[in-house]
Design a protein around this ligand. Structure first.
Ligand code: KG4
Ligand code: ZN
Length: 350
């Protein structure tokens, strides 16, 4: 199989990103450039991402970001094999900006267009970084998603569980907002939690202990925890550090429990794997305490744990370039009529 070089464009949320990646499946690949512009300052006054502000900001800066990604990679557009862009799921205005730009570049340079599912980008990052082989178990924990899936190929995913309400990252962001910490909440809550007592407050752990026999198997729920945090935050005398530590401890317990169930399901579906692998992806995977908690349960179940470096866990162009490269390597490309998709679940064929 030939070594491929792919330009990747990511605009589905509040990061405007472009990257050039080179390699071949199963990886690891080489990141020739990875330029990420975070819009979080523009959204911070609102405590969350404002879609209209996001799409305007993508439009203003994306051309520059792509030019920088190509120049840092010391390549021209003519020298890449394909142009990949996030086609969903995400904020539709932003996705339109990135996908339309990718179409224009592909058309102008006579290159194939690869429409990438943003979640597949997160899912396949551990192949870009570590060359993890199929199948593997994936915990995808970001601001918009919280799912456990078996990843069987770059295009086949089997869903074991997903959130019934909020995503884990959303719970971090809401907790930060309730405690007046700012946006994005995850890193701020983690920093306070490191200084607090995780047993200071008794918080709920929804769905804990559900197993294979339950209909909602490895599903998640964070709304009860969020409500408890809202009540807790009304008392302005509490220690913010203790509140963050107690919240994070509850999230770790929930993720550990759900992953333990999913590892059982994966082992039953794919028996006889020497060293099955649990991969954690998405922005929340940048949290070190969560990583340590998951290393514990993975070790107990005989799974290896892989967590890509933090800058590749949060939204970036390299993950989109790599997911595009994986699809292109198996002969896939997409017509210029391909539309942006606000919703695009992974467990149907991408
Ligand atoms: O994957 P991502 O960059 O964007 C989405 O596709 O959602 O994830 C962003 C989410 C935010 O909710 C952010 O608060 C969370 O990831 N996050 C963290 C940490 N760093 C980012 N959550 C917990 N701990 C962190 N260190
Ligand atoms: Zn993401």
């Amino acid at each position: 199989m030939a070594i491929l070089t792919v330009l990747g464009i990511e605009t589905s949320c509040d990061e405007t990103a472009a990257a050039v990646v080179r390699g071949q499946p199963p990886g690891p690949g080489e990141i020739l450039s990875n330029v990420v512009f975070s819009q979080s300052e523009a959204h911070a006054p609102y405590g969350g991402v404002v879609p209209e502000i996001a799409s305007r900001a993508h439009l203003e800066i994306l051309d520059d970001i792509i030019a920088r990604a190509l120049s840092e990679a010391e390549l021209t557009l003519g020298e890449v094999d394909a142009v990949a862009a996030t086609a969903g799921p995400g904020l539709i205005g932003g996705v339109m900006v990135g996908l339309t730009t990718a179409k224009a570049l592909a058309l102008a340079a006579g290159k194939p267009l690869i429409a990438v599912n943003h979640l597949a980008g997160h899912a396949l990052t551990a192949r870009l970084t570590d060359g993890v082989g199929f199948p593997f178990l994936l915990l995808l924990v970001s601001g918009g998603h919280c799912q456990l899936l078996a990843v069987q190929s770059a295009e086949d995913f089997r869903l074991y569980g997903s959130t019934m309400d909020d995503a884990a990252g959303e719970a971090f962001d809401k907790t930060a907002k309730l405690l007046g910490l700012g946006y994005p909440g995850g890193p701020l809550v983690e920093a306070h939690a490191a200084r607090g007592n995780p047993r200071a407050f008794a918080l709920p752990r929804p769905l804990l202990g559900r197993g294979l026999a339950d209909s909602n198997r490895a599903d998640f729920s964070f709304s009860g925890l969020k409500t408890a945090m809202r009540q807790l935050a009304q008392d302005k005398t509490i220690s913010i550090d203790d509140a963050c530590a107690s919240f994070q401890a509850a999230v770790i317990d929930i993720l550990q429990d759900r992953c333990a169930t999913a590892m059982n399901m994966f082992a039953a579906d794919f028996p006889g794997q020497d060293q099955p692998c649990l991969v954690v992806a998405g922005g929340v995977a940048a949290n070190r305490a969560i990583g340590q908690g998951l290393a514990e349960v993975a070790g107990k179940a005989g799974f290896a744990l892989r967590i890509p470096p933090a800058r590749l866990c949060t939204d970036n162009g390299a993950m989109i370039a790599w997911a595009g490269l994986e699809r292109f390597a198996v002969g896939a490309s997409d017509p210029l009529e391909t539309g942006p998709r606000a919703r695009w679940p992974l467990d149907r064929k991408v």
